[in-house]
Design a protein around this ligand. Structure first.
Ligand SMILES: NC(=O)C1=CN([C@@H]2O[C@H](COP(=O)(O)OP(=O)(O)OC[C@H]3O[C@@H](n4cnc5c(N)ncnc54)[C@H](O)[C@@H]3O)[C@@H](O)[C@H]2O)C=CC1
Ligand code: BAL
Length: 504
C-alpha cells in the first residue's frame, strides 16, 4: 500500500496528500504484524476515497510504549508549562494556516459542508487549542495550612500519564481538539484512535503535530476498528486514562474494560435525546430558528441534537407550521456546494439506521409534517424530517437517532413539560424558550441535563464546561473542568518542626 495517497478535491484541479500509515514516534509507519486496511468512503458519492493501515493490538502496544517513553523523558514533568503552551499555540497556528485543506478533507470524508468545517469545526478547534495553551502555565497546586509552626501540605497537580483518546465520526477535527488540547496542556501523552469511518483528518493533523515541534511519542495516531484498537486501549494495563466520545453502549464497554484491567480513569461523553421546550410566551420565529438549528446542525449527527421538541398546546399548530417552513429552507446537499447548509449522513450504516427510525416512526403512527421520503440520487442524504403528535412510548421518542429527525409533542402545563423532558435515561442537554424570567429559572433548575440553553440552542464555548448527567456521560470537557480529567493530584506532607514521641 502506498505511504501517501492523493485525494482529488472536487470542483478544482488540486488534490490532498494523505498519509496512510500509523503515526508513531513522529513517523508514519506500517503495522508491525498486520496487513489489515480500512476502506475510507465519501458519503456524498458512496465511493471509496482510499485505504489506510488498520492498527492491530500489537500496534497499540507499540504506540502506548512510545507514549510512555515520551511521558517519562521529553514530556510529562520534563517540560515547562510555558513550553507546552508555546507548542500548543504553534499547532493552533498551523491548523489555522491549513484550515481550507483540512476542511476539504473533512468534507470529503464526513460529508459536512466545507464552509461549516472551516468556519465552525476548525475555527472552534483552533480556539480550543489556544484556550488550553493559555492554561498550560497556570496549572498550580496549593499550600494547605496544617500547623504553621511545624507542618505544611502542598498539592502538585501532576499529569495523569498516557491517555487513550477514542473519538467519533461526527466532528472528527473538533473532537480531536477537545481531547488533545487539555491533555497536552497538562503534560499527558496521547494515543489517539480516530473513528474508522473518518480517520483522514486525524492523520493529516498528525503531520502538523510533528511540524509544530512536539517530541516523538507525545501524540501517536492509530486508526483502527473500535473492537480492535479501541478495545485494546481500554484494556491496556499501561494506559492511565481513556477519554471517549461516542455511543452509550460503547461507553459501557470501555468502563468494563477499565475495571477489568487497571482501573484506569475514564471520561465518557455519550449519547443524548435532548428535549427542547417552547412555552407560549416565546418569540415564535426565534424559537423556531433555534429548534431547526438544534435538530439540523451537522445533519442531526450531534450528541446534543434537540431531537424531542415539546410545544405548549396554545401555540402548537402555529409553531409547527413556522418550524416546518424553516426546516425546508436549509439545503442539505453536497459539501462542496456553497449553498449547502448540511451534508449527507456519514456512512451507509448511519443512513440505514436513520431510515429504520423514520420507518418505525411512520409505523407507530406519528404524523409526518415534512421529509420522510428517500431521494433517488446517490449519496447518504436524509432530508429534514419532522414527526408530530408523538407519544412517549415511540422508539423515535426514546432512542438516539443521530440524523435530521425531530419528534414533536405538546404539553399543557409547565410541570407536564418538565416531566416529559426528563422522561429519558439520557441527560446531556436541554433547551427552553420563554420570555418569563422566573419560568426560565424554574425550568432550567428542574431539567436533568449537563447543559441547559435558554432562548438559544446548541452553542458551546471553549471556556464553558460541557458533559452529561445520567447515561450521557461521566466527566466534563471544555472549560477549566476538562483539565481535572487529565490531572492526578499529589499531596506532599512536609514536617519541618514536629518531633514524634515514641512509643505512642
Ligand atoms: N456522543 C456522540 O457524539 C456520538 C454518538 N454516537 C451514537 O452511536 C451510534 C452508533 O455509532 P457508532 O459509530 O457505532 O458509535 P461508537 O460509539 O461505536 O463509535 C465511536 C468510537 O468508539 C470506537 N469503538 C467502537 N467499539 C469500541 C470498543 N469496543 N471499545 C473501544 N472503542 C470502541 C469506534 O471505533 C469510534 O472511534 C450513532 O448512531 C449515535 O447514536 C456515535 C458517534 C458519536
Ligand atoms: N456537539 C457536541 C459534540 C458532539 O456532538 O459530540
Amino acid at each position: 500500500m502506498a505511504n501517501v495517497v492523493q485525494i482529488a478535491v472536487p470542483k478544482s484541479n488540486s488534490s490532498i496528500a494523505v498519509p496512510t500509515g500509523l503515526f508513531i514516534d513522529n513517523e508514519f509507519v506500517p503495522s508491525v504484524d498486520s496487513k489489515e486496511t480500512i476502506k475510507v468512503f465519501n458519503p456524498a458519492t458512496e465511493s471509496v476515497l482510499c485505504e489506510i493501515t488498520a492498527a492491530s493490538e500489537k500496534d497499540i502496544d507499540v504506540a502506548v510504549a512510545s507514549s510512555r517513553k515520551a511521558f517519562r523523558t521529553t514530556w510529562g514533568k520534563n517540560v515547562t508549562g510555558v513550553e507546552r503552551s508555546r507548542l500548543i499555540n504553534k499547532l493552533a497556528d498551523l491548523i489555522e494556516r491549513d484550515a481550507q485543506t483540512l476542511a476539504e478533507l473533512e468534507s470529503l470524508n464526513n460529508g459536512k459542508p466545507v464552509k461549516v468545517a472551516r468556519d465552525f469545526d476548525i475555527g472552534d478547534s483552533v480556539g480550543c487549542l489556544r484556550y488550553y495553551a493559555g492554561w498550560a502555565d497556570k496549572i498550580t497546586g496549593e499550600s494547605i495550612e496544617i500547623d504553621r509552626k511545624t507542618k505544611v501540605a502542598i498539592t502538585h497537580p501532576e499529569p495523569i500519564g498516557v491517555c487513550g483518546q477514542i473519538i467519533p465520526w461526527n466532528y472528527p477535527i473538533q473532537m480531536w481538539a477537545w481531547k488533545v488540547a487539555p491533555a497536552l496542556a497538562v503534560g499527558c501523552t496521547i494515543v489517539m484512535k480516530p473513528s474508522e469511518i473518518t480517520p483522514l483528518t486525524a492523520l493529516k493533523l498528525s503531520e502538523l503535530v510533528k511540524e509544530a515541534g512536539f517530541p516523538p511519542g507525545v501524540l501517536n495516531t492509530v486508526p483502527s476498528l473500535g473492537s480492535v484498537g479501541g478495545a485494546a486501549l481500554s484494556l491496556h494495563k499501561d494506559v492511565d486514562k481513556v477519554a471517549f466520545t461516542g455511543s452509550t453502549i460503547t461507553g459501557r464497554k470501555i468502563m468494563e474494560a477499565a475495571a477489568k484491567s487497571n482501573l484506569k480513569k475514564v471520561s465518557l461523553e455519550l449519547g443524548g435525546k435532548s428535549p427542547h421546550i417552547v412555552f407560549e410566551s416565546a418569540d415564535i420565529d426565534q424559537a423556531a430558528n433555534w429548534a431547526a438549528l438544534g435538530i439540523l446542525y451537522n445533519t442531526g449527527q450531534d450528541c446534543t441534537a434537540g431531537s424531542r421538541l415539546y410545544v405548549q398546546d396554545t401555540i402548537y399548530d402555529k409553531f409547527l407550521a413556522v418550524l416546518a417552513g424553516k426546516a425546508k429552507e436549509l439545503i442539505i446537499g453536497d459539501g462542496f456546494d456553497e449553498k449547502s447548509g448540511g451534508g449527507p449522513v456519514v456512512s451507509k450504516g448511519q443512513y440505514d439506521r436513520v431510515w429504520n427510525y423514520i420507518e418505525a416512526g411512520k409505523k407507530a403512527g406519528a404524523r409526518v409534517v415534512c421529509g420522510g421520503e428517500k431521494r433517488s440520487t446517490p449519496g447518504y442524504y436524509v432530508d429534514a424530517t419532522i414527526f408530530a403528535d408523538i407519544t412517549a412510548d415511540m422508539k423515535i421518542v426514546q432512542e438516539e437517532i443521530f440524523g435530521p429527525v425531530l419528534s414533536v409533542g405538546k404539553f399543557h402545563t409547565e410541570d407536564e413539560a418538565i416531566a416529559l423532558a426528563n422522561d429519558t435515561t439520557y441527560g446531556l442537554a436541554a433547551g427552553l424558550h420563554s420570555t418569563d424570567a422566573a419560568q426560565c429559572h424554574r425550568v432550567s433548575e428542574a431539567l436533568e441535563a449537563g447543559t441547559i440553553w435558554i432562548n438559544q440552542y446548541n452553542l458551546l464555548y471553549n471556556n464553558v464546561p460541557f458533559g452529561g448527567k445520567k447515561q450521557s456521560g461521566i466527566g466534563r470537557e471544555l472549560g477549566r473542568n476538562a483539565l481535572d480529567e487529565y490531572i492526578s493530584v499529589k499531596a506532599v506532607h512536609w514536617n519541618y518542626g514536629e518531633k514524634l514521641d515514641w512509643p505512642l
